[in-house]
Design a protein. Structure first.
Length: 175
C-alpha cells in the first residue's frame, strides 16, 4: 500500500539563466549635433558622452532602483557628437525555474490504459524578480535615467518569465 502511494512520482523542471537585453543610452529631444532629430535616431550619433565604456551595474533592489550610475554620463557640447555606442551594455538578466511534480494513478490495474494524473506545477518557483531594462533616456534626468521601474512581463500570459511565483494544482483523467 505504501509503495503504491509513495512510488511512481515524476519530477520535471527547467531553469533559465540568461543575460539581459541591450541598453541604448540616448538623449531624447535634445539635438546638440545640430542635424539629428527624432526621425533619424537610428543613424544619429547624438548621445551623451561617457568617461568609460565599462559600466558598473548596481543592485536595482536598493533605493532609487538604479541599474547603473547616471553620473557616469554627461551632455555633449553643442555642435559635437556623443561617443556612446548603441547597445554597448546589457540590462538585468533572467533567472527563473519552473517545476512540475505528477503521478499517474491507473484505473483498473497496474497497466491499465485509463488513469488519473495528479499534477502540481510551479512557475518561477524561487520567486526571483526578473527586472525590465533601465531607462536609457539621458534627457529624462533624475530619478528616471538609469533606474528600473518594473519587472519583465511575458508577452504571452502563460509565458516565461513570470513576474512572481505561480502555483497550480490539477487533476486529469486519461481514457
Amino acid at each position: 500500500m505504501a509503495r503504491s502511494i509513495l512510488g511512481g512520482w515524476n519530477f520535471a523542471g527547467i531553469t533559465a539563466l540568461q543575460s539581459g537585453f541591450p541598453v541604448t543610452i540616448y538623449d531624447g529631444g535634445v539635438y546638440n549635433s545640430l542635424y539629428c532629430d527624432e526621425f533619424s535616431f537610428v543613424n544619429c550619433p547624438d548621445v551623451p558622452n561617457t568617461s568609460t565604456f565599462r559600466i558598473k551595474t548596481l543592485n536595482p533592489r536598493r533605493p532609487g532602483n538604479y541599474w547603473f550610475n547616471p553620473a557616469t554620463f554627461s551632455q555633449e557640447p553643442i555642435g559635437t557628437f556623443g561617443n556612446v555606442k548603441r547597445n554597448f551594455f546589457h540590462g538585468p538578466g533572467f533567472n527563473y525555474s519552473n517545476v512540475e511534480i505528477y503521478k499517474n494513478i491507473p484505473l483498473g490495474g497496474t497497466n491499465a490504459a485509463r488513469y488519473v494524473q495528479l499534477r502540481l506545477e510551479a512557475y518561477n518557483v524561487f520567486n526571483h524578480a526578473n527586472f525590465a531594462n533601465p531607462n536609457g533616456n539621458y534627457g529624462a534626468g533624475a530619478p528616471a535615467f538609469g533606474a528600473i521601474s518594473s519587472v519583465d512581463q511575458p508577452v504571452n500570459p502563460s509565458g516565461d518569465p513570470q513576474p512572481a511565483r505561480a502555483i497550480q494544482l490539477a487533476g486529469k483523467v486519461y481514457f
